[in-house]
Design a protein around this ligand. Sequence first.
Ligand code: NAP
Ligand code: HSE
Length: 436
Amino acid sequence: MREINIGLLGLGTVGSGVIKALQQNNHNISAKLNAELKVKRILVRELAKERAVKVDAGMLTGDFSAILDDTSISIIVEAMGGIEPAREYILQALGKGKHVVTANKEVVAKYGREILAVAEKMGVEVCFEASVGGGIPIIRPLKQCLAANEIQEIIGIINGTTNYILTKMATEGKDFAAILQEAQAKGYAEPDPTSDVDGYDAAYKLAILASLAFGTPVGFSDVKFTGIGHITREDMVWADKLGCVIKLLAVAKLQAQGLELRVEPCLVPQSHPLASVNDVFNGIYLKGNLVGEVLFTGRGAGDLPTASAVVADLMDVAQTILAARSARPACTCYRNLPVLDQHEIPAAFYLRVAVRKADAILSVNQIFNQSSIPVTVAGKKLKQHKGGSVVYIISDITYTALADVVAKLREAPGVADVSLFPLEGLCADDVVSAKV
Ligand code: NAP
Ligand code: HSE
């Protein structure tokens, strides 16, 4: 049986998952391909480190050129993470005519155009199914199965670590740091977990999804993002009372004047398909003008789910090699859409003001009255000497228009805290009618 040799860069969560997947499903994979996928060399930093999988010590190397210069290796899997040297190694591999499979959303979101251009020039494939949604098939469906549609919107929960943290905070009331440690131990988090918690990881993934879905170049710098660090247990309890959950959403919408792109925690109604996507699961909900609504869900991180996507990419590339087919065009962009300023897009908001004493709410009301911004009280829990919170719903307003009033509220006497989240997938009236 013909062998296709692979050079694997990285033997951490994803790299080990790829080895396990190839060992565990070797029989099926070979039978489907009528060829064997064989990992020949593995690049690591520390040769002596204990590994999650058993590999022949001779396969490990700390020298990338041992893989790059091996002409029997036709596919490189990049599972190292970070920008450099991952970007440089991908470009060198493509430059040598090797196909590349990568799980690295940061590199694809920031340097995708450069990488795709080199792949196209060299006539080789570059695949990145694992870069978004872990084990969920989403890159290939967007490029192929849904290609006939005009995609109108994508709303996704696309970071497993933060979804795991938010789910545990909401259901178990556990401490943020302890839950993050659990997510790290399970191999969900990035080497630097601030990338997950502060929203960078979801922003990289949204840039990739949006360029494929809307056929336009979208880079990481086009996406405005906020993480989950400011979400309190109290806001989760209020959201629940209003019939909602708080989720870190990645939103891309085709508007008349261009693209709306943002990653931020939002209130989502409990009836929305994404509200029940919990733990490390990711969910990507999209609307196409032919297909209507589609929902993809599955494990968004972890060794075997991610390896499922990487190995499928390997099999796809192997088929190109075996059939001696030319590589498909790498870039799917066919237009240049402007990206809208997120601060100028009207939305509905949940705004909670926490006060130290109940009468401080008088100055809060005064600020709202002076601003002429219409607000509706959706919930109130105040005790004269202990204070409490009032939750307001504000419709059809931009961040810019809200900024001044939020700044004044934060400085008002007796105000302890102000939290602000957009409402997604529901109109303000739904929340107000759920008044608590
Ligand atoms: P990881 O566990 O930290 O593993 C990284 C591996 O790369 C390690 O084996 C490390 O070697 C090696 N490496 C890093 N820098 C290197 C360098 N300069 N030279 C040689 N080897 C180097 O990371 P991971 O979680 O597997 O993630 C890898 C990539 O997959 C990232 O781009 C990540 O965003 C993406 N991804 C991860 C998941 C997930 O669930 N974890 C899911 C989808 C996509 P040593 O072991 O010797 O230190
Ligand atoms: N750290 C990422 C997450 C890994 O938690 O979703 C999968 O890309």
